[in-house]
Each structure stands twice: as structure tokens, then as C-alpha cells.
Ligand binder design. Sequence first.
Ligand SMILES: [Cu+2]
Length: 154
Amino acid sequence: MASGTGLILLAMAALLVPAILATEFIVGDGSGWTIGYDYQAWATGKNFYVGDTLVFNYAVGVHNVNKVNQTAFQDCTIPLSGALESGKDVITLATPGKKWYICGKGKHCEVGKQKLAITVMDAAPAPGPSSAPPAITGWAAAALAAVLLKHLVV
Ligand SMILES: [Cu+2]
């Protein structure tokens, strides 16, 4: 019985975790936040929702992260203040819309193309032509939780 319950718990976790937790995106994956990486390609095909987070990993002092507007993104205009410099900057996507991030070191943005543009969508995906996998709905989660509870009690 114990192993059966364990299997159910595993299945529950696999089903529920993606529905409950926001997604954490490691910008550039294993390459991190650096020069000479195609961040547009990295962002393509990813769905960013309000509540998700971006993590920028880089060596402290070598790069930084600046949130900018579209014009500054295109022109690589570095803001005078407000740069994130921790080497592991976590940005929560708080509002929907387009977001732009650039590195403010040297010519990393202009020459190194160290710039990322994404579009953040509302937390609740609207029905449409999206190919995103279906989320576990509230009633389904409740039903699964009921099954879990029953097995824990037995
Ligand atoms: Cu840089």
C-alpha cells in the first residue's frame, strides 16, 4: 500500500506542479546572460505569463541587466541607473506586454547582441490557436486532491 500511495503522490506532483507553480526561465539556459548568444531564438516558442520569472546568470562585474523601453532596446541606450548587477538577477514578470532587457557593459548590447525582448501574456491563457498544453483546471485539481486524501486516510 505504501508503494502504491507513493506512486499516486508522484503522479499527483507531476500533474499539479506545473499548474500551480509559475515558470522560472533561465535566460540563455546553460549559456546564461552573455555576448554572442541569440536571445531572440531562445525566446522563440516560449510562453511567458504574468507571475513567471526570468533569471539572468552571469559573472558579477562582467555583465549587468537593464530593463529598457523599445527605443533604448533598438538603440542600445544604457540607462544611467537601475542596473541589476548581482550575477543572478531574478525578475518577476509582473505585468503583461512587451519587455526589453539589455546588458549595459561596454558594447555588449550593440556588438555582442546581448539583448532580450519578450512578450508577457496574462496569467490565464485565453482560448485560441495556442499550442500550449492544457492546464489542470480547478475542479480537476480538486478531484485529484480528493483521491490523494482518500489514499492517505486508508
Ligand atoms: Cu554584457
